[in-house]
Design a protein around this ligand. Structure first.
Ligand SMILES: CCCCCCC[C@@H](O)CC(=O)SCCNC(=O)CCNC(=O)[C@H](O)C(C)(C)COP(=O)(O)OP(=O)(O)OC[C@H]1O[C@@H](n2cnc3c(N)ncnc32)[C@H](O)[C@@H]1OP(=O)(O)O
Length: 309
């Protein structure tokens, strides 16, 4: 149910126009992001990952992981949305899902304009679910570079519906949903990677400074024994593993990424990503090895298959 700190007026929220935002990045940002999602974290000369942080083999630009696109939505989100009729306790916010479409390989530096809209709002009783869509264009271009749909799970902010039918609004096709059925067969590939105890402290330098990931007191107030890992950091590890195991290391092979955060991850834990290839779709789930818990699942659509799987 809605707490005293959360007041929702869905009509006001849906009528609100969100402002455009700008985002400029360069190769340094791209490399810091790659380090934040574990590139070369186990091996400083990893031949699959050095290209994300260094001009490997004389390459002209560092290569950009497709999940770098997820940072473009943060500008509008982390500063708070300022929606009228929308008040919640930010310490109880969790990242629920991320959906990304990449239309062209991301350049290693760019100035972008982000068009931001509200894509969904649902009353789940104990929580409210808010979905924000960000469409990113290179400055001066009409051509879309990528699209992000960020779902936030606002604990304690549900129960705002006026009728017996829980309020539910979505403005996107149902085939862009995130839910996946994990096959009961052996995975096509498995990748294991340990996160560092300092992983969230490194990842936050890419722009998500939510203290839930760095401040032990804030984490306790939110109900966690210690700071938790950013959901987008876990997603970055998982998609990097899929690029390595299925896409033969080619980050431009990725078209669409979806992921639902099922359980929190603590920095220092080991992530095991299992992948099942189904045509040009990779179904995946990521588990924390130490607790044997599934923390993330979703799918990745790829352009083509250069894999020998
Ligand atoms: C504005 C600023 C934005 C800034 C964005 C960036 C913020 C970041 O800094 C914050 C983070 O990165 S937080 C870290 C990453 N996220 C997490 O760790 C969350 C992990 N997931 C959970 O804990 C639970 O799944 C939990 C708690 C999410 C849900 O578990 P339960 O409470 O047990 O829910 P359940 O009873 O199973 O389901 C209730 C209804 O909610 C839907 N649902 C469940 N999990 C969802 C999820 N992850 N995303 C979206 N919807 C979700 C269920 O489908 C269910 O709906 P219905 O009843 O209609 O089926």
């Amino acid at each position: 149910m809605a707490t005293r700190d959360s007041v929702f007026n869905p009509d006001l929220v849906l009528a609100h126009k969100l402002p455009e935002t700008r985002y400029t990045y360069n190769e340094r940002d791209v490399a810091i992001y790659a380090l934040g999602v574990g590139a070369c974290g186990q091996d400083a000369v990893d031949s699959d990952e050095l290209k994300y942080v260094y001009h490997q083999n004389g390459q002209e630009f560092v290569q950009v992981l497709p999940t770098f696109a997820s940072l473009l939505s943060l500008g509008s989100l982390t500063k708070g949305l300022g929606l009228p009729g929308f008040k919640y306790d930010p310490s109880l916010l969790l990242h629920g899902q991320q959906y990304i479409e990449v239309y062209r390989p991301l350049p290693s530096k760019a100035s972008l304009v982000n068009k931001v809209t509200l894509a969904g709002l649902q009353d789940k009783g104990k929580a409210a679910i808010l979905e924000i869509e960000t469409r990113s264009y290179e400055q001066g271009s009409e051509e879309l570079l990528c699209m992000n749909r960020t779902t936030v799970f606002l604990r304690g902010a549900g129960g705002f519906s006026n009728s017996s039918q829980p309020f539910s609004y979505k403005n996107y096709p149902s085939n862009q949903g995130i839910a996946v059925k994990i096959p009961q067969t052996q995975p096509s590939a498995v990748c294991e990677e340990r996160t560092q105890p300092s992983q969230a402290l490194l990842y936050r330098l890419s722009g998500d400074y939510n203290p839930l990931h760095s401040d032990p007191e804030v984490a306790k107030l939110a109900g966690f024994p210690r700071p938790i890992l950013h959901g987008l950091c876990t997603l970055g590890f998982a998609i990097k593993a899929i690029i390595k195991c299925v896409c033969k290391g080619d980050p431009t092979a990725v078209k669409t990424i979806s992921g639902r955060f099922l359980m929190t991850v603590f920095p220092g834990e080991t992530l095991i990503t299992e992948m099942w290839l189904q045509g040009l779709r990779v179904i995946y789930q990521t588990k924390v090895k130490e607790r044997n818990k599934v923390v993330l699942s979703g799918y990745v659509n790829i352009h083509g298959l250069s894999s020998s799987l």
